[in-house]
Structure formats: C-alpha cells, structure tokens
Design a protein around this ligand. Structure first.
Ligand code: SAH
Length: 245
C-alpha cells in the first residue's frame, strides 16, 4: 500500500527541490521500489487572508508571532483529511508529528526505531508532519492533534521544514530497498556504536599522501581487520564519548 507523507509547511519550494534531488528524492517520488508519495500542503492556502492570516500575536504579550490553531486545523482537514479520504476517524489513520526544540531528540537509534515503527508492514497509518515557524504553533493544536514531537537537536532553527527534511532523509535510509546496497545503512557511522573508517579513492597518491597499502593488497581478511581498527581509532579521536558505555 502506498505510504503517504503529508507535510504542512510554509516553504514548499524546499520540498520541491528536495524531491528533485538524489536518492532520497527518488524514494519520496516512489521510484525506489517503495511506494511513497510526498504531499506538500501549504499553510497559507488554508487561511482566509492568505499568508497574512496564518499567524497572530501571542496572548499575554511576548515577541514574535504564533501560528493559529484554526488555520492548522483547516489545513489538516481540507488539505489532508478530505483529499486523502481519511473520514471522520482520521486520527486513527494518521500519525501526526510536530517538530520542535521541546521534542525527543533525534538520534541514530531514534531514527531506526521511528523508521521501523512508521513503515513496518502492519502499520497502515499515513504520516503527517507539521512545520512550525515564527515563535511556534498554538498549544491547543498540539494538545488536540499531535501524536509525536521530534527535535533535531538542542538548538533553534527558523522553521520546521529543514527539520522535517532531516528526519525524512535519515529515516528513509533505514527503509529496506531505499538505498541501493541494502547493507550500506548498516555500515555507516553510529551503527555498532562506532564512526565510519576513513575512505579513499583515486588517485593513489595525492600531494605526497598515499592510500594505506593494506587497502590495495587484495587481502580481504587484512582489509576487514584494518577497517575495524580504523573505526575504533577515528571514534577515539573524534567522538570518544561514543566509547564510554
Ligand atoms: N520559540 C520556539 C522556537 C520556534 S522556531 C522555542 O523557543 O522553542 C520555529 C519552528 O522551527 C518551531 O516551531 C519548530 O517547528 C522548528 N524548530 C526550531 N528548532 C527546532 C529543532 N531543534 N528541532 C525541530 N524543529 C525545530
């Protein structure tokens, strides 16, 4: 069954250009053997005053503007529930994610867990991402509709679009069939608790620096051993904290 991914956002060009690029773009166009459809739902199309009606000043006074709950609800119902035919019990058919600094912090483990939870075969729910902007979104929309809140790290970015692309791009790598070589996501940094070893390609000599001999030896056992040692060396050097536990 086709997995639909709906993204309520304010900057659709970001998603259009992403869809045009690379392996993840192909995957989201449903062209890598996994039936995905990415639908961009543009928030301003669901406000009576267009872009100007999307946000309003916060009650109680503080800086910035807040995205209105009624506009978000309108985008959810008219932009997703109706065209997607989810019906009155749409909450049972959609998994709604908001991106925010308050969310659970994204990591390789979380990413893997999310990918298997939302894409496993018996999970028929489609995905909805809500991208915040300005100071964020009215809390009442969160309470009423949001199932999961994800943060991409302890810093603040200007809008949820980049966060959603980060989440999607990294999660897609764990969906079987998306990467050409099924094993390649397992050999990357963080899987197995280590960073990836340094990699080399042509030319064999670059500015007086040579490719390590063992990699040119054709001795597969020695190469595997060398790569393992290198992963440990690089992890000790760049991320010793990964070796702590
Ligand atoms: N005033 C908010 C930040 C708003 S930033 C605060 O202090 O918490 C505007 C939007 O960008 C947010 O609503 C959220 O959707 C997105 N965003 C910002 N930082 C993020 C992060 N670390 N992870 C995920 N989304 C983030």
């Amino acid at each position: 069954m086709t997995k639909k991914i709906w993204v309520i956002n304010s900057f659709p060009k970001l998603f259009e250009s992403y869809l045009d690029s690379g392996v993840a773009g192909q995957a989201l166009r449903g062209e890598r053997g996994v039936p995905f459809e990415l639908h961009s739902v543009v928030l301003r199309d669901f406000s009576e005053k267009g872009f100007k009606g999307v946000d309003s000043a916060p009650f109680g006074g503080s800086e910035g503007m807040v995205i209105r709950a009624d506009v978000l609800k309108n985008a959810l119902i008219e932009g997703i529930v109706r065209p997607g035919n989810y019906g009155d019990n749409f909450k049972e058919k959609l998994h709604i994610v908001f991106t925010s600094p308050r969310g659970k912090v994204w990591s390789n483990e979380y990413c893997k867990e999310f990918a298997s939870r939302v894409w496993e075969e018996d999970c028929t729910k489609d995905l909805v991402f809500i991208c915040g902007r300005y100071e964020g979104i009215d809390e009442r929309f969160l309470e009423a509709y949001v199932d999961e809140v994800i943060s991409i790290g302890d810093f603040v970015i200007t809008g949820g679009e980049v966060a959603v692309l980060t989440i999607l791009d990294s999660a897609l790598r764990f969906i079987p069939g998306v990467l050409g070589n099924k094993l390649s996501s397992l050999n990357e940094s963080f899987n197995g608790g280590l960073l990836e070893e340094p990699v080399y390609t042509r030319p064999r000599e670059f500015e007086g620096l040579n490719v390590p001999d063992v990699l040119l030896s054709g001795n597969h056992k020695a190469i595997a051993e060398f790569k393992k040692e290198e992963r440990i060396r690089i992890t000790k050097k760049f991320r010793p904290d990964l070796l702590d536990d």
